[in-house]
Structure formats: structure tokens, C-alpha cells
Write a protein that binds this ligand. Structure first.
Ligand code: R5P
Length: 292
């Protein structure tokens, strides 16, 4: 196998190559003056199984998706035998169903586009809804980085923390964290208005006074969900509040607002490279690639 370093994930791709002990193939990329993307695979991939590592997080997720499609096409034209996309953060994953009449299903459209470009299969991380993968036109798998995040907190001395999901849908995440932490798990309730996007969070049957609580979620985007959860925890008298997510998008002033709400530290993975991305997905992804 050869690992191709997509322009959005060069560091992660290099780490995966090292873990696998296989060659890393760089990609030359640029944006033309009119805004169009260009990529060129700078190495021989003829006859090879290749892992194309490219996250598609903001900013410029549309451009990153196009780069991924262009790299898949380039790899196939260069004679690659099998092209596996390793896409830690898959853009449009939250557009996984028709919520209101007149909408399409964004993530399925993306998958069909990538199939047409030459992709044979995909590996992603904590996709928002695993059910969406069943509609993809190629084999696609999601793996969970929550145990890695929980292990980070154990190493930091918070092995007895309570794992909190900010809504019922994320309870499976809190349970995965609790399996590592061992300090209990639970969830808040969250309701979203589909037209305005506004959410309301409540806690029923949870009393976390005096406890160390880590809020676990798949994505932090605007930070609204974590801010709401942190406020509830602070009102309840939680002693320490941390938060962890797989995909720290942290749009706008999300980080500032989360810290101002009383969260002591935000921890994410290099699915979205940045200041809080202290946990690398390389061991998890290389393990999956090796197993297949
Ligand atoms: C939603 O169900 C997701 O799991 C996240 O909770 C959500 O996407 C976070 O978004 P935001 O940070 O904008 O509240």
C-alpha cells in the first residue's frame, strides 16, 4: 500500500505512513487565480492499493472535496489498483436525510460524485449518522475516536470523570468514553427548531454537583451545544468541566464562548487540524488500514 498525502491532511498522512511503514506519496496542489483547484500526485502509484488521506473540514470544504475527487481520478488514471479514501471529517455528513420537503440528501450526492471520480471505498471517523453509509455506492466504514479522546483524559489524571453526552443521540459516544473512564455516563436532552436552527437543552434526572464532567460530542461547530451544556453543568455545581470532540470545527468565536461558559479545556483530534487537536487519529486509522 502507498499513502497519498491530500493537501488538507499532510501531517496526518505522514503519521499514518510511518505507523504502517509504507511509502508516502506527496501531492502538488494550487488554486488558480480564478479559484479553481489543481492537484498532481507526485509519485508512482501504478498497480498499487492507495490510501488517499484528505479531510474535508472547513474552511473550503467544497474545494477539499473537489481535491479528493481529482486525486481519486488522478490515482486511477495513473494505474492505481484500488483507491481507498481516508476522510477523517466528511463534509455534508449532517445533511443525511430530507428534513424539509424540497431538500436533497447532500452526503449521498457527495458519495456518488466520489464514486464517479474513481473511489473504491471509504474510511471515515465518527460520521454523524452511520446509517448514511448504507446508501453510499461503495463500501464505507466509520470508526470511533472516542476511546482515544477518553484515554487522553485518563493520561491527564481525570480517569474518574463523568462522561456526558449533550443530547440523547450522542449517548453512544458517552458510553464509549465511560468504558475507558469508568466514572459514569449520561445525557442531556436537546430540541432543535428545524427552521431557525435554535436549540433548547435540559437536564432531567442528572445531578453532577461536585463532579468532574467531560462533555463528549462528535462535532463542535458553532459551540452552541457545548455552551448550553456547560451552563447547565455550572448551574448544577459541577467542580470541573472539560469537553472533547472528534471534529473540532470551532467556527467563529466558538472556542472563546466555550471557555467563557466555564469549560476548562477543549480537546479534539487532527481530523480538523488546529490548536485543540491534541489527539492524533493516526494509530486508529493505520490500524484499520492494516486490518483490511
Ligand atoms: C448534532 O447533533 C451534533 O452531534 C453536534 O452536537 C452539533 O453538530 C454541534 O453543533 P454546534 O457546535 O453548532 O452546537
Amino acid at each position: 500500500m502507498k499513502v497519498i498525502s491530500g493537501p488538507a491532511s499532510t501531517e496526518l498522512a505522514e503519521k499514518i505512513s510511518i505507523e504502517l511503514g509504507c511509502p508516502n506519496v506527496p501531492v502538488a496542489s494550487k488554486i488558480f487565480p480564478d479559484g479553481e483547484s489543481y492537484v498532481r500526485i507526485d509519485g508512482d502509484v501504478s498497480g498499487e492499493d492507495v490510501a488517499l488521506v484528505q479531510t474535508t473540514c472547513p474552511p473550503a470544504q467544497d474545494g477539499r472535496l473537489l481535491q479528493l475527487a481529482f486525486m481519486a481520478d488522478a490515482a486511477k488514471r495513473a494505474g492505481a489498483r484500488k483507491v481507498t479514501a481516508v476522510v477523517p471529517y466528511l463534509a455534508y455528513a449532517r445533511q443525511d436525510k430530507v428534513f424539509l420537503a424540497g431538500e436533497g440528501v447532500g452526503v449521498e450526492t457527495i458519495a456518488r460524485m466520489l464514486k464517479a471520480a474513481g473511489l473504491d471505498n471509504m474510511l471515515t471517523v465518527n460520521i454523524h449518522s452511520e446509517a448514511a453509509l448504507a446508501q453510499f455506492p461503495f463500501p464505507a466504514e466509520t470508526v470511533s475516536a472516542i476511546p482515544l479522546l477518553a484515554e487522553h483524559f485518563v493520561a491527564e489524571g481525570h480517569g474518574d470523570a463523568f462522561a456526558l453526552a449533550p443530547d440523547k443521540g450522542a449517548m453512544y459516544i458517552a458510553e464509549q468514553a465511560q468504558a475507558v473512564l469508568g466514572g459514569g455516563a449520561g445525557h442531556l436532552d436537546k430540541k432543535r427548531d428545524r427552521y431557525t436552527g435554535q436549540t433548547v437543552q435540559t437536564a432531567s434526572g442528572l445531578d453532577l454537583k461536585g463532579q468532574t464532567v467531560i462533555i463528549f460530542d462528535d462535532i463542535i461547530s458553532t459551540g452552541g451545544t457545548i455552551v448550553g451544556a456547560a451552563k447547565i453543568l455550572k448551574e448544577q455545581g459541577a467542580k470541573h468541566v472539560f469537553c472533547a470532540c472528534v471534529h473540532p470545527l470551532l467556527i467563529g468565536d466558538a472556542e472563546k464562548r466555550i471557555l467563557e461558559a466555564g469549560v476548562e479545556e477543549i480537546i479534539g483530534t487532527d481530523s480538523v487540524p488546529g490548536k485543540v487537536s491534541k489527539v492524533s487519529l493516526a494509530p486508529l486509522l493505520s490500524g484499520e488500514l492494516r486490518a483490511h
